[in-house]
Structures are given as C-alpha cells and as structure tokens.
Design a protein around this ligand. Sequence first.
Ligand code: SAM
Ligand code: SF4
Ligand code: SF4
Length: 339
Amino acid sequence: MEKQVFDSQKRPLRDLRISVTDKCNFRCQYCMPAEIFGPDYPFLPQHKLLSFEEITRLTGIFTSLGVEKIRITGGEPLMRRNLADLIRMIRQVDGVRDIAMTTNGSLLARHAEELKAAGLDRVTVSLDSLDDERFGRINGRGYRVEQILEGIEAAAAAGLGVKINMVVQRGVNDQDILPMARYFREKGHILRFIEFMDVGNSNGWKLDQVVPSREIIRMIHAEMPLEPVNPNYYGEVASRYRYAGTEQEIGLISSVTQAFCSTCTRARLSAEGRMYNCLFASEGEDLRDPLRAGMSDEELREKISAIWTRRDDRYSEERLKHTPGISQRTKVEMSHIGG
Ligand code: SAM
Ligand code: SF4
Ligand code: SF4
C-alpha cells in the first residue's frame, strides 16, 4: 500500500464491494420486486458494464489507497459470464488480501470449484427460509431450498469459507429463525441474521417489519444458550455469539437498531462504474467515463482519493432520527450496488 486515505470522519478506506451485474434470476420482494423489475425493466446493456480489465485496473488503484478486501456482488454475481476469470485477475492485484462473494447460491454448485481454483476465498450465501413455500415466495421465482443447500455444501467441499445471511422480516420469515439456527449449527456453518433495511426506494420498508437483533438473540438463547465473542477486527459489522461450550458461532448485523457507521470502511463500485460511499447514497460518482476517456492511473487515484476524503455518510446512525421523512430521499437501488 502506498497511502492510506481517510474520510472526513477519520474512517480508513479498507473494503471495496464490486457489483458485477445489475441482473438477477431472483425477484426478492425486499430488493427487486417483480412488479418493478419486470420483463421490460431496462437493465444495463453490456457496453455500459465495466469490463473485467476495467474492474481489475480500478481494483489496483483502490488497493493503492488502502483497500485490502474485495467483495464481489450484484445483482446476482454468478449471472455474469466467466466470473472466475475476473476472480483470477483480481487475485493478481498487489495488495488484495481477501476476495469474497455474496450470492443467492442458486448457481453455486456448478461454479464452486472453478471459483476456488481462480482464487476466491469465501462466499456468503443468502438464504431466508428452509421452508420451500416461503422461500419460493420470498425469492419471487419459486426456487427451492434444496438447490441453495447444494450450492452451500459444494462451496464448503471446494474449500471456500462459507457464511449464510438471513434477512429477517417480521411477519414474513421470523418463524424461520429457530429452524435456521438449528440447521446451520448442526451443519457447522456460521449463520448471520440481518435486520431488514430500507434500501432503495421500491421495497416498501416499515420500521415495524424489523426484528431487532436483541430479540433474535433472546429467542435463540432460550433454546440454545449463547455467549458473546469479541470482534475479530476494526470495522467488523456482525456482533458475534457462540453456542455456549462450543466453537460454533452466529452473527447479527444490526444495521437498523445498532448502526455501525462509525467504523464503516466500505466503498462500493456499481456495475456501470460509479463509486458510492454508502449503501444508502443517492448519488455515485462516475469512474467509467473518465477511465474510458483515457485518464491515467495517477489521475484516477487522485479522483478516488478525493471522493473518499470528503465522505461524511453515516446514514444508519442518522436513520432513526429521521425516519418520518426517510422515504422522501432518493437512494440507489440495492441491486445496483449489491448490499
Ligand atoms: N444476489 C446476491 C445475494 O442475494 O446474495 C448478492 C446481492 S444482494 C443485493 C446482497 C445481500 O443484500 C443479500 O444477502 C440480500 O439478502 C441483502 N439484502 C437485499 N435487500 C435487503 C434489505 N432490504 N435489507 C437487508 N438486506 C438486504
Ligand atoms: Fe437478487 Fe440478491 Fe436482490 Fe434477491 S437479494 S433479488 S437474490 S440481488
Ligand atoms: Fe456504512 Fe452507510 Fe451502512 Fe453507515 S449506512 S454502515 S456509512 S454503508
């Protein structure tokens, strides 16, 4: 690393989340509701997406400013053709210490081995229920649980680190909290519960649909006693617990009830090459056109450094103060920047 940049709140730039496509084979109601993301939805044409070469070049510039961890996301990242080639290219970039991917898992069984061979370290698989009917409804396309579980086991068998993310919504899948906890405890995978968030403008978010993490802990603890685990590193987003007397952990990502903006070190790059300083940002800054217009690495570096340096975003910390007006703000859609 040549230089570590800090934002206006003294937060270092450490992580880069790269969305490689805005398309997805699911239509999760909370992310890409089918009524809005229908057959005529104008997804990005190929030429507007950053190419693998462009993503790799930008990754190199980001690492020169402090980024060490890369997360590939989407849309559904495995919808992007030849994704393993991109992983291989990013793996070669100086300063990249860790490459992870967030996926819905539906195409994972097919790709796990080649992704591991290309240099992917870890996957986070999103799964919100073990009940086929509910899961089919949540994913909006009738996909079955079994297909995702196969993806999870294929990833583990290939030697990838595996975590499971469950977005909990009251009245939708809160009855799945305990079955999910029991199942993944038995399987030995870390399950993380995520509070439902008001991302984008189309998911119809209401505060009373959020199941606070402390309620989830209470519920699990009553059946399977838990004890807290100290954070691994600065900026870790999940609070960690383990089942008492074991090494098996769960995590809670309390984006709504216990915001963690003060240690947020994540920048985001959308599939069309815009840089966002926050999951809830209204505006990203275009890097693609300058890159295609021939800007040098040094000039791009200056530009990215300037964007991060003036960053003061802390949306989640401010959310609860501003909830009544929250829906008036126009935010980027989750499927554009990948969570
Ligand atoms: N398609 C991939 C997937 O589902 O894992 C990657 C992209 S998805 C946008 C990234 C993560 O954001 C998923 O774990 C998803 O469950 C989560 N997510 C989407 N909308 C959300 C919301 N409104 N609140 C909380 N998490 C959300
Ligand atoms: Fe697709 Fe992931 Fe969004 Fe669901 S959460 S619609 S799988 S991008
Ligand atoms: Fe980071 Fe924005 Fe989320 Fe806060 S709201 S943790 S600043 S992405």
